[in-house]
Write a protein that binds this ligand. Structure first.
Ligand code: ZN
Length: 241
């Protein structure tokens, strides 16, 4: 199965810090651009599971416990708030956190940020962070639902109004892009995820891991453990995501 480069608490937070530091160093006046990059650093490997379904606990948490790795779980906040069946409740999320897994915000309602009025962004971003805080989770990182981070999901991705708002609340934000994060290209508000579900095979996931060991970079795999290859088709239907 999978492993992390290293097991430690707050893995996503700490790796983000390292990557962000190295990328800031890229533009530091004392370090010539291009001399420091993720390519030249040790390989970094993170797993994030989407949507915090009960399968996160029954499948991924179990595997992680057996093999000794940590993962990030991104939470749609209205699910635990409303005790929605098939999603993790507050106690289950606390169990994950107390075992060293990391909780990330994934908005209040799974809204695609590029498609909602700007006036709702504070609710989706800020209220979700604040509720996590009230419940004892320091969520410093965010995953864009549906990969939506520009207004109207425009092809022209120069619009930064969503990203600017995300910056007010989080240290990093992540979007599926099927690429490995490299120093010169790394933008911590457009951190790149490879969708393991889309990637399909264990062989292609292993190939991505081989790449970071050969060339450096930060591989962040995103998975949905409620999907059929992890759970049953019947289970997947229950989530309506
Ligand atoms: Zn999601």
């Amino acid at each position: 199965m999978f492993f992390f480069y290293e097991n430690r608490n707050g893995l996503v937070a700490q790796l983000a810090e390292e990557a962000i530091k190295s990328c800031h160093a890229l533009y530091s006046p004392t370090i010539p651009v291009g001399k420091v990059s993720l390519q030249k650093r040790k390989p970094l490997f993170t797993i994030i599971d989407d949507d915090a379904s009960t399968h996160t606990q029954s499948i991924l948490y179990t595997i992680a416990g057996e093999l000794g790795f940590k993962f990030g779980s991104c939470v749609i906040l209205d699910r635990p708030q409303n005790n929605t069946p098939v999603f993790l409740n507050w106690d289950q999320l606390r169990t994950l956190q107390s075992d060293g897994h990391e909780i990330l915000s994934h908005t209040m309602t799974h809204a695609h940020l590029g498609l909602i009025p700007e006036s709702q962004l504070d609710y989706e971003l800020g209220t979700s962070r604040d509720i996590l805080l009230q419940q004892g989770f320091v969520a410093r990182h965010f995953v864009y639902p549906g990969g939506s981070y520009v207004k109207n999901n425009a092809c022209e991705k120069t619009d930064t109004s969503v990203l600017n708002k995300v910056r007010n609340y989080y240290d990093s934000a992540w979007v599926i892009n099927e690429s490995i994060n490299k120093g010169e290209l790394f933008n911590n508000y457009k951190g790149l995820l490879i969708g393991f579900d889309a990637l399909g095979t264990l062989g292609s996931a292993k190939a991505a891991v081989d790449q970071i060991f050969a060339n450096g970079g930060w591989l962040v795999l995103m998975m949905h453990v409620f999907q059929p290859q992890w759970a049953t088709p019947k289970n997947r239907k229950n989530y309506g995501i």
